[in-house]
Design a protein around this ligand. Structure first.
Ligand SMILES: NC(=O)c1ccc[n+]([C@@H]2O[C@H](COP(=O)([O-])OP(=O)(O)OC[C@H]3O[C@@H](n4cnc5c(N)ncnc54)[C@H](O)[C@@H]3O)[C@@H](O)[C@H]2O)c1
Length: 409
């Protein structure tokens, strides 16, 4: 899905070259694809003839290893979230720059390994969090950075996916998964990146019974709470509600809403109040969405007569390609390491800056796993005396250490 939505249009344009005075013109060509069965890659090859160059296709078993024998410069990983780590590990070990869809990985242990491999092999390991490039979120961050909005106290975010996602699109891999890891992570990152601070605790609950059995491990909806502490000594709490069982004909389609309350202000955003509502008889809300986010990823007839597809969902991929091009071609070979370090310093997408987001995901997954075993309402404390992530279970004296190292180094 995400390949068709964003990578495909990105590659269609970038093959004609991206430009920067530092690296000149750099063509970015889709060279090879690894997928589970190869069927979608074959469909892409036939539907994109003329729009994309011919590419190699590899499928399971051994798809990624075969892809890594080709001469690719970077690898984008858009497999289901519990299959990011193995592919990223293999690509970094092969000395390829890597871009991973959100969430990067599901545990800090995995994140540590990817960070270490990227250092050992002198390549970038980055994550796609396109919401950070949404102009509305850039404005929020600007107002916070400029201290026009002062000290966030609390807030809520919700993101509701339609049933077609859990029941159709993701049916192959949804067993044992939850919508929080899939989409709350957008807001975990937004909160973490925009407001800074130190994550101090994570709690979560959820509901089952639609996607899977009511006592099983597959979740319909989740409610996550994060508590942060700031240098001022003050705290903030954020609630993030997600679902992938909202009716398919719900007008919002992917319904998104946030509210952040500051000492001196309130920020409200709602996907259905973004500005455009369009109804077309027989088309909306299924074939076409009623509320259109033309900023994320839109197809347009430009005023100068050409068709285009653009938006921050594609821009985030181009930024990564520019970072790779800058490292490889943006100056003298002797200064490559300086350029690599500069690219690693970009906290919006580097795996090294993804620690608190992955910590929140790992904690949420552990809390839901306990809940499914009949022990609801656990809490994970971050950078506790016993370890970086410590699971506290009601009625159980002994805490469980999920991650021994410090989350915040
Ligand atoms: N940035 C966003 O807003 C956004 C939106 C949707 C999905 N995503 C992320 O993208 C990723 C994929 O989601 P999707 O919706 O595109 O899923 P999808 O099910 O449509 O596609 C998954 C792809 O992974 C491939 N795959 C599965 N197992 C594999 C394996 N072992 N080896 C090689 N290939 C394998 C499949 O062939 C398929 O092409 C997820 O991490 C998801 O969180 C991000």
């Amino acid at each position: 899905m995400i390949f068709d939505e964003t990578y495909r249009p990105f590659f269609e344009v970038a093959q004609h070259g991206i430009y920067d005075p530092a690296f000149g013109v750099c063509d970015v060509q889709l060279a090879a694809v690894a997928s589970r069965t190869g069927k979608r890659a074959a469909a892409l090859a036939s539907s994109s003839a003329g729009a994309l160059p011919a590419f190699a296709s590899f499928h399971e078993p051994g798809a990624i290893d075969q892809l890594l024998t080709t001469d690719v410069d970077f690898v984008c990983i858009a497999t289901p979230d519990d299959r990011h780590f193995a592919a990223a590990q293999a690509a970094l070990t092969a000395g390829k720059h890597v871009l991973i869809e959100k969430p990067s990985v599901l545990s800090l242990q995995e994140l540590d390994q990817l960070e270490e491999l990227s250092r050992q092999h002198g390549v970038l390991a980055k994550v796609v969090y396109h919401k950070l490039l949404d102009p509305d979120h850039k404005k929020l961050r600007t107002l916070v950075a400029d201290e026009e909005l002062r000290h966030v106290n609390n807030g809520y975010c919700t993101l509701l996916e339609p049933k077609s996602i859990s029941g159709g699109q993701f049916a192959e891999w949804i067993h044992g998964r939850n919508p929080g890891t899939y989409v709350a992570v957008h807001y975990i990152k937004l909160i973490d990146y925009t407001f800074g601070g130190r994550l101090s605790s994570v709690s979560c609950t959820g509901q089952r019974g639609i996607v899977g059995p009511a006592d099983g491990t597959t979740w319909d909806s989740t409610q996550l709470r994060l508590v942060y502490r700031y240098e001022s000594g003050r705290e903030a709490a954020f609630d993030i509600h997600t679902s992938w069982v909202t009716p398919d004909n719900f007008p919002g389609y992917v319904e998104q809403e946030v509210q952040f309350r500051f000492d001196n202000g309130v920020w409200n955003a709602h996907s259905r109040k973004r500005g455009v509502e369009c109804t077309v008889e027989g088309r909306t809300p299924l074939a076409r969405k009623i509320t259109i986010n033309n900023h994320y990823n839109g197809t347009f007839l430009e005023p100068w007569g050409v068709r285009s597809q653009r938006g921050y969902g594609l821009e985030v991929l181009e930024r990564f390609a520019r970072e790779v091009a800058t490292v490889e071609f943006g100056g003298a070979a002797a200064a490559r390491d300086d350029r690599l370090q500069a690219a690693r310093g970009l906290a919006y997408n580097d795996v090294g800056a993804d620690r608190q987001t992955v910590a929140a995901v790992q904690a949420m997954e552990a809390i839901l796993a306990c809940h499914a075993k009949g022990k609801p309402n656990c809490v994970v404390e971050v950078d506790h005396a016993l370890g970086g992530l410590v699971l506290l279970t009601p009625g159980q004296e002994k805490p469980e250490v999920l991650y021994a190292g410090r989350v915040n180094r």
